[in-house]
Design a protein around this ligand. Structure first.
Ligand SMILES: Nc1ncnc2c1ncn2[C@@H]1O[C@H](COP(=O)(O)OP(=O)(O)OP(=O)(O)O)[C@@H](O)[C@H]1O
Length: 251
């Protein structure tokens, strides 16, 4: 029996679009009426064209946006919530202060959520660096000394610093060179296998989605038009829009 970690129940988000010379101000439904269950250990992909509501859905899961209607129920996720859901984003070089050291970034994250002594923090920093395949000497390096792939490792280490249960990966590799993409994907898969983690991945890249996910949700115009396990989605997609996405992918 799969253990539920998150229930998304009739979630809706409207935005007011300000008037301009051509159009009156109006409301749009970025997310219309999305319901789904995320199970512990899932690697759930969210795909769909630009503007289909993927980011808005992700922001509601992170509690960065309040839903207009509906609810999110997190199971087995205690307080404070902030610690249990973390994000790894695409533009890792814009996420950090370029003059910060890795040590400072990780220590700040650790201190925010755990009461540890200085030496316990040091141990945790070393363990985090090792878990993302970085060397202990990297901790004194500044963010502006790292390549994109290394930065993404720092981003992942920072997210893991607070021992989250759910990671939202928003285009986790799309800014990276193809060879580095593979390394980061392998790292994410290794961490998922080793630690008790659940992933939600937003990506335009169906190769990444196919490689990593066990279940996939398809968004179109704010609606979730299909939620299938990976095999079904790629071999017997149900919705016409999914069929089109898969056909374009296999061309
Ligand atoms: N803060 C906002 N104010 C007004 N409209 C918004 C806001 N944020 C998003 N939208 C609109 O909501 C819709 C969904 O946007 P969203 O960014 O969630 O889509 P997406 O699927 O993540 O797109 P992309 O793949 O390009 O990131 C779009 O029409 C977008 O213009």
């Amino acid at each position: 029996m799969h253990e539920r970690i998150l229930l998304i129940n009739h979630l809706r988000k409207q935005f007011f679009v300000k008037p301009n010379l051509l159009k009156r101000g109006h409301l749009i439904d970025a997310v219309k009426d999305v319901s789904m269950t995320v199970y512990r250990g899932d690697i759930l992909g969210i795909i769909g064209e630009s503007g289909s509501g993927k980011t808005t859905l992700g922001e509601m899961i992170l509690k960065l946006q309040a839903p207009t209607a509906g609810e999110l129920i997190f199971d087995g996720i205690g307080m404070p919530f902030r610690k249990d859901v973390q994000i790894v984003m695409q533009q890792s070089n814009e996420v950090f202060d370029p003059l910060s050291s890795v040590e400072k970034i990780l220590r700040t994250a650790i201190k925010r959520h755990h009461k540890l002594t200085k030496s316990e923090q040091d141990e945790r920093i070393e363990a985090l660096l090792s878990s993302v395949g970085m060397s202990p000497v990297d901790k004194i390096k500044k963010i502006n000394q790292f390549s994109g792939g290394q930065l993404q490792r720092v981003c992942i280490a920072r997210a893991l610093a607070v021992e989250p249960k759910l990671l939202l990966l928003d285009e986790p590799v799309s800014a990276l060179d193809v060879s580095v993409q593979g390394q980061i994907i392998n790292l994410l898969m290794k961490l998922h296998a080793q630690q008790d983690l659940t992933y939600i991945i937003i990506s335009h890249d169906l190769n990444v989605i196919k490689h990593m996910c066990n279940r996939i949700a398809v968004m179109k115009d704010g609606e979730m038009v299909e939620l299938s396990d990976k095999e079904t989605l790629f071999t017997a997609p149900k919705h016409a829009y999914t069929k089109q996405l898969i056909a374009n992918f296999t061309l």
